[in-house]
Ligand binder design. Structure first.
Ligand code: SF4
Ligand code: SF4
Length: 135
């Protein structure tokens, strides 16, 4: 048996597709939804824990990829290089989990790594490249 946490990102026209249902029915995988969000760009974002036999897991992932859904494992970590951060706030609007938010008192951008699902949206949005993917 394997149990893995993955992040799925898919375009808004696929948000209502029964992807998870198919994973259960056709691939015999057990799922646990850890996060489900619509991003500011109206993409669907789903963080799932999938459990099943290795064979079923691999087949299920193949199915997800065949739909054109972007998938990444949640084993990687996103961190912030505080020395580079200018607190411009560009990352706050793209973060789907509010792991990046503005402290109203100090007007500084806070990074709460506990809430981060490593979707990498902030990495692309950050002008000085302060948000970094660590493998
Ligand atoms: S986008 Fe980058 S520089 Fe701007 S607040 Fe976020 S982490 Fe800091
Ligand atoms: S990777 Fe960035 S945008 Fe994604 S959840 Fe973590 S802090 Fe938010």
């Amino acid at each position: 048996m394997v149990s893995k946490r993955i992040v799925l990102t898919f375009p808004h026209n696929m948000v209502d597709k029964p992807i998870v249902y198919k994973l259960v029915k056709d691939y015999d995988l057990v799922f646990n939804i850890l996060q489900a969000k619509i991003t500011p760009k109206e993409e669907g974002l789903l963080v799932l824990e999938l459990t099943g036999t290795k064979e079923h897991y691999v087949e299920g992932i193949k199915y997800i990829k065949s739909l054109g859904v972007k998938m990444q494992p949640l084993s990687q970590d996103v961190t912030r290089d505080d020395a580079r951060c200018t607190h411009c706030g560009a990352c706050v609007t793209v973060c789907p989990t509010s792991a990046l938010y503005i402290d109203k008192k100090t007007m500084k951008v806070i990074f709460d790594s506990e809430k981060c699902i490593a979707c990498e949206l902030c990495v692309r949005a950050c002008p000085p490249r302060a948000m970094v993917v660590k493998f």
